[in-house]
Structures are given as C-alpha cells and as structure tokens.
Design a protein around this ligand. Structure first.
Ligand code: NAD
Length: 321
C-alpha cells in the first residue's frame, strides 16, 4: 500500500500531537512539520524523525495532505493556499473566524475536489460514538464545558474556543432548524467573553442549554440528553456514558422500570481516531465525518451567539460596571 505523504502546519501544543500520531501510522509518511517558529519546528521534527520548515509553502510540493494547526486567525490563509495547491486538509476548529472565509473554503474544496475535514474532535470521542445508537428524539439537552484558564485559544471568544465543540455535537443530533437563540456572555480576564450561557430552541421544540467557562478552577465536559423514554449522560473527559432506558412495566412505587447501560473507554484516543479517519478519507476519496459544511454550520451558530452577547454587553454596561 502506498504511504500517504503528510505534513503538519503549526506544531505548538496541539500540532505536536498531530505529528506524533502521523509518525506512528504505518501507512503514513510524515514528510515534514512547518512552524514560523523554526526552533519549535526543529524540536518536533527531531522527535519524530522528519524535516523542519519555517515556511509551510516549501513543504507543499512534497505532501498529499496536511493538518493545519495554526492559531485560528491564520486558518483561512493557510487552508486556502493548501487547497489551491491541490492538497487535502484537516483544518483545526474553529475552521475560520468569519462565515465568508468558511464559505470560500467550502467552495474551494469542492471546486478543487479536495477533502476538507474540520477538527471537531469530540465527534471522534468514543463516548460520543457509543451514544449514537441510543439517540431517539432529544427534547432537552444540557451541555457544560468548564475549563481552567489557558492563554492558548484566548485569541478568540470562549464560544469559538470551547462552546463550538458542543454546538457541533448538538447541531448534528437535533434534526431541526434553530428557531431562537438567547445568549449571555461576559469578558472577565480577556478582551472577549470568557463565560457564557446560551439557550437554543429548535423549531421542533427541542431546547438546548449550554454553559461554558475558560476561567474555572475545575474542568468539566458533560452532555446530558433527555428523550421521551431515555436519558443519556455523557462525560467527554472521562470518555464515559450512562444510558437509562424506561421499560413499559412499572415498579411498586409507580416509577417506570428501567435498564441502565454504562460504558467507559479508557484505551481509546479520539485524536488518533480522527486522524485515522482523515487518512482513510484521503485514501479512498470518501467524505469526512465532519466536513466543511458541518464546520460552517457550527461556526454560523457560534457567530450568531457572539453577536447577541456583544449586544447584551452594550445594553448592560451599568450592570457590568
Ligand atoms: P499554539 O499557539 O500552541 O500553536 C500554534 C502554532 O502555530 C505555534 O507554534 C505558532 O508558531 C504556529 N504558527 C502560527 N502561524 C503560523 C503559520 N502561518 N505557519 C506555520 N506555523 C504557524 O496553539 P494550539 O493550542 O496548538 O492551537 C492551534 C489550533 O488548534 C487553534 O485553531 C485551536 O483552536 C485548535 N485547537 C483545537 C483543539 C481541539 O480540541 N480540537 C484543542 C486545542 C487547540
């Protein structure tokens, strides 16, 4: 089998892990890593036995596919150049900072017949994959993503930084357009919102309540889904799910009898599953699980939420001090 020639552009915190995963794949050749910080590129290249580039353009003639793991504000320029060069791309989330850029990338990938996968890694979390078989009709969804502060990612709003993961999952499991959004968020330590609470009501009546913070003392990443005859509780961090299904029979106290399923996935690595899936798509030219349209859908909702939060801040100057 031919090895797929891959490069990683941007090898900071997350790009290093992309490089490590590719270097360990038998059917992939990690041709190089590129970073404007050449010292960092050389350090990562030495770890994984590959070449270092300070300008990613020099690497493009040598690769079939790349992971783009630069800060979000650089995503569009780098992704656009790679697609123009005829290279398949896995672009980290959020795919871009504007809808116009996302549209341009989706159109370019289609015109060039190239794969554009967006790095919504939670879709490859084994707990999320296991949840899919228990989904019926989500009626109420509660998502909580609370992190301690990390300056990486703080170049964008907490909605683009963290909430976009939950938006992507929720939009993929509720088969209905959004009817209304009510969003509140405030800046605390950065220039943009650091905590936010959002209520999304879908046209079919499903309601999702999302809370995010990137300035917490604890780390929690949970999703709870209430359905007419079942309840799913998912812990992204622990990679666990619990599903309670109601049976037609009743207990003596008139509560429905129930079955409880519990799954924990300690071995599974979501990044490896995500990159494996990308390489498979590159090899057999199949559509990615999270393509440009899915990345755009999450971005569109995130940008709408950010606009509402800006208005909230403008209208509540007195309250916020
Ligand atoms: P980081 O700051 O640690 O790394 C970014 C690297 O890109 C740096 O080494 C920087 O020198 C390099 N860089 C900047 N511009 C470049 C360019 N034009 N060409 C080549 N290299 C360039 O950031 P990070 O935390 O690794 O995040 C990178 C991206 O990954 C962001 O978009 C972030 O949102 C995303 N991310 C996604 C997840 C996830 O869960 N999927 C988690 C963390 C980060």
């Amino acid at each position: 089998m031919n090895k797929i020639k891959v490069g990683v552009i941007g090898v900071g915190y997350l790009g290093k892990h992309h490089a490590a995963k590719y270097a360990a794949m038998a059917d992939v050749e990690l041709v190089g890593v590129a970073d404007i910080n050449l010292t960092r590129a050389k350090e990562i290249a030495a770890l994984y036995g590959t070449r270092a580039f300070d300008d990613y353009h020099a690497m493009l003639p040598m690769v079939d596919a790349v992971s783009i793991v630069t800060p979000t504000r650089q995503h569009f320029e780098v992704a656009n150049t790679c697609l123009e060069y005829g290279i398949d791309i896995l672009l980290e989330k959020p795919m871009t900072t504007t809808l116009a850029e996302a549209d341009a990338l989706v159109a370019k990938a289609e015109a060039c017949n190239r794969i554009l996968q967006v790095g919504h890694i939670e879709q490859f979390n084994p707990a999320v994959l296991a949840m899919e078989q228990y989904l019926t009709t989500p009626v109420f969804i509660e998502a909580q993503r609370i992190h301690s502060y990390n300056p990486r990612g703080a170049d964008v709003d907490v909605v683009l930084d963290l909430m976009i993961h939950d938006l992507d999952i929720i939009l993929s499991i509720v088969p209905s357009p959004i009817k209304t959004i009510h969003a509140v968020g405030i800046p605390v330590v950065t220039g943009s919102s650091d905590i936010a609470n959002v209520r999304i009501i879908f046209e079919n009546g499903c309601t999702a309540n999302l809370t995010v913070s990137r300035i917490s003392k604890t780390n929690v990443r949970k999703l709870r889904i209430f359905q007419p005859k079942s309840y799913i509780s998912l812990d992204y961090g622990k990679k666990e799910i619990m599903v309670i299904e109601h049976l037609p029979e009743r207990e003596s106290n008139n509560m429905p009898k129930e079955t409880i399923h519990h799954f924990a996935f300690t071995e599974n690595d979501a990044l490896e599953t995500e990159l494996r899936s990308f390489i498979l798509n590159v090899r057999d030219r199949s559509a990615p699980k999270v393509g440009g349209n899915e990345g755009r859908r999450a971005l569109k909702t995130a940008l709408h939420i950010i606009e509402q939060m800006k208005n909230f801040i403008l209208e509540h100057q007195e309250l916020l001090g």
